[in-house]
Design a protein around this ligand. Structure first.
Ligand code: CMP
Length: 136
């Protein structure tokens, strides 16, 4: 049975700054994701705080929000069969040094903070994150 899911992906400031946007978008397309919507934006720190609210109590929260709002990002709605899990598999582990060969974070990530891409971690969060960035 088909289980088409949409998930939210962010190309983070470190990857935008290194002109990796087209290369990373090609990775998604080559892995049979459809990019349903995309936009390049720059967040205010308050937007990043709201987006990452689930991490509010973590020691890295403030740095994380400063970082996500430090430069332009590209946000995308991706669609694929079991898209949430498929995107997490393609991204690899949060910390690039633990990420498997061939994953986006292994290929492009610099550090646990500058890990190049974000992806929703569950279908429920995917729906929340999509409506955070794409209101209509
Ligand atoms: P992301 O998938 O965007 O979700 C939260 C981000 O916090 C994560 O990627 C990392 O870039 C960042 N982060 C920084 N420090 C940590 C940590 N110790 N554990 C998990 N995530 C961290």
């Amino acid at each position: 049975m088909s289980n088409l899911e949409q998930t939210l992906s962010i190309i983070k400031p470190d990857a935008v700054e290194r002109n990796l946007v087209e290369e990373i978008k090609d990775e998604f397309k080559n892995n049979n994701f459809i990019i349903k919507k995309e936009k390049k934006i720059k967040l205010e720190k308050s937007d990043a705080e709201q987006f990452y609210k689930v991490h509010e109590t973590k020691p890295f929260y403030n740095d994380l929000c400063n970082y996500l709002s430090s430069g332009p990002i590209v946000v995308m709605i991706l669609e694929k069969e079991n898209g949430v899990t498929a995107n997490r598999e393609l991204m690899g582990a949060t910390d690039p040094k633990n990420a498997e060969e061939g994953t986006l974070r292994k290929k492009y990530g610099i550090s646990i903070d500058k890990n190049s891409v974000h992806g929703s971690d569950s279908l429920e969060n995917a729906q929340k994150e999509i409506s955070f960035f794409f209101k209509d």
